[in-house]
Design a protein around this ligand. Sequence first.
Ligand SMILES: NC(=O)C1=CN([C@@H]2O[C@H](COP(=O)(O)OP(=O)(O)OC[C@H]3O[C@@H](n4cnc5c(N)ncnc54)[C@H](OP(=O)(O)O)[C@@H]3O)[C@@H](O)[C@H]2O)C=CC1
Ligand SMILES: O=CC(=O)O
Length: 322
Amino acid sequence: MTKPYVFITRKIETEVLKEWTETFEVKMWEYEERPVPRAILLEEAAKADALLTMLSDKMDRELLDVAKNLKVIANLAVGYDNIDVPSATEKGITVCNTPDVLTDTTADLAFALLMATARRIVEAAEIVKEGKWTGWSPMLLAGHDIHHKTIGVVGMGKIGETVAKRATGFDMDILYHNRSRNVAAEERLGARYTSFEELITTSDFIVCLTPLTNETAGMFNKEAFMKMKQSAIFINVARGAVADEEALYEALVKGEIAGAGLDVFKQEPIGPDHPLLTLPNVVALPHIGSASVETRQGMIMLCLDNITHVLSGKQPKTIVKL
Ligand SMILES: NC(=O)C1=CN([C@@H]2O[C@H](COP(=O)(O)OP(=O)(O)OC[C@H]3O[C@@H](n4cnc5c(N)ncnc54)[C@H](OP(=O)(O)O)[C@@H]3O)[C@@H](O)[C@H]2O)C=CC1
Ligand SMILES: O=CC(=O)O
């Protein structure tokens, strides 16, 4: 009997894969840091029973049309904006993601980014390493306080709520905005539900943790940045396209807001000459929200489990539902 064929779109290291080859025929793209070229992805999709994919792999209609044997796409991420889920579902292809396992790790990074931006940690560390520290002075690299300020979380889901939990340790007031109320977060954390308008106008830190959808694309636009406090700091750990990057740049240059901490960009990797990277009040990270060794291993294991489940006719652990 032929083994089901599984294509993994990046090089991943895990012991489990050795056992896996007894049950499945496994092929892996050979590079860890370079995405599989589209032409190869299309070729592999045409043969595969399962694909273990990354955010950089576009699982669109063109690909799904050639993927005649495909039964499952296991995305190594909780976000699945790279996948045409309605088309996959229509074709009977199960789409899986990695919620929960990455929640705490991503919340840690979001809060670290908030702190680094507010307290100018990256600028400060560079000055020391570059030998530009000439001595203590009263206002040297004076940043913004975090404690007792107001944090506004847009997208108070699993990660948003976990960020808010960290904010309680800093005696912060917590506002949030979703399409629906998160009563559990209100009770557990004392968070207050507000409109998007109230949140952006009154928060000191605006943290975006929504998925990227047609509704959220560009929600942080020129108008939104203009309404923020001049001392506000914008943190985006969701997806680059939820913010209009040109409007964000303008707002930072004109002093309409005080700073931005960005883990995600519209185009990834962001080009080194992107205007946002020229600004000292921008802390930019290379999309590392869930990047701890433990969490990435957990995400890989979850993807492999989901593939095994689907290919053996069982219900996967984490499925993306329409
Ligand atoms: N930078 C990184 O490395 C990482 C980034 N992420 C990003 O974070 C996102 C959130 O993950 P997670 O917390 O697990 O997901 P959840 O689904 O638990 O939370 C998403 C939240 O966004 C809210 N939301 C959805 N649409 C809107 C809208 N139009 N307006 C306002 N709020 C909205 C939802 O509430 P409601 O439905 O009531 O509106 C929900 O509370 C992921 O989709 C991903 O894009 C995740 C992990 C790592
Ligand atoms: O961006 C990462 C994710 O898990 O989604």
